[in-house]
Write a new protein. Structure first.
Length: 212
């Protein structure tokens, strides 16, 4: 049975769309070459069409964002890339290694030296993470050395609490440290001395902390 003109146009549109999806690099090359040869003319035509169809463009963008959230920020192939990252990570956060159970709190971590916040590309994506883990490394400016110092300081503080708790049977606030202790602890945080040099102990009879 012969196709109608509308059916042929629909078939051609679907065929071209499928070909573009399967050959993204070829599409880029064709477009790049076309722009090199007819750049000014193409830009004028595109701008004229946008000026005449502003309402249509806004409606299309509204529908696209509703159906495919995140596409504009993370690229055309974000659905496929996200699925691939999920499979590679076995559904676990690549930072903490814990399962990512709530889709609402899953984020795409990326290197901000490449793409701006809330956007990414295949080059700068590092993996899927919990929202809390993404916030954590963001506050640390994506600096592994700073995160290690924070972890060392936290571990030292936890050891100090264990010592105080074992000696006095209760937790004393770090605010009772004398000035020498605070100065030594600041040197540790500034990375001037190692964690082994910072030992916070309790003299139960004097109810004070000191650093030796």
């Amino acid at each position: 049975m012969a196709q109608t003109p509308e059916e042929r146009r629909a078939y051609q549109r679907e065929y071209q769309r499928t070909w573009r999806e399967r050959n993204p690099e070829k599409v880029k090359q064709i477009r790049r070459k076309s722009l090199e040869l007819n750049g000014d003319k193409i830009r004028e035509q595109r701008q004229a069409w946008r000026d005449q169809n502003r309402d249509k463009i806004r409606e299309q963008e509204r529908v696209r964002r509703a159906l495919d959230p995140g596409r504009n920020q993370h690229g055309r192939w974000i659905k496929e890339d996200r699925a691939a990252m999920w499979k590679a990570q076995d559904g676990k956060c690549y930072l903490c290694g814990e399962p990512m159970d709530n889709p609402r709190y899953i984020r795409i971590d990326h290197d901000h030296s490449c793409c701006a916040p809330n956007t990414s590309c295949r080059t700068c994506r590092r993996g899927l993470v919990h929202h809390r883990c993404n916030i954590l490394i963001g506050y640390a400016n994506d600096d592994p050395a700073l995160l290690r110092r924070i972890a060392d300081a936290l571990e030292t503080a936890q050891m100090a609490f264990t010592r105080r708790s074992a000696s006095a049977g209760e937790q004393l606030a770090l605010s009772v440290l004398d000035s020498a202790a605070l100065f030594t602890y600041k040197l540790y945080l500034d990375n001037w001395i190692g964690s082994a040099a910072v030992v916070i102990c309790l003299e139960a009879d004097r109810q004070r902390d000191y650093i030796r």
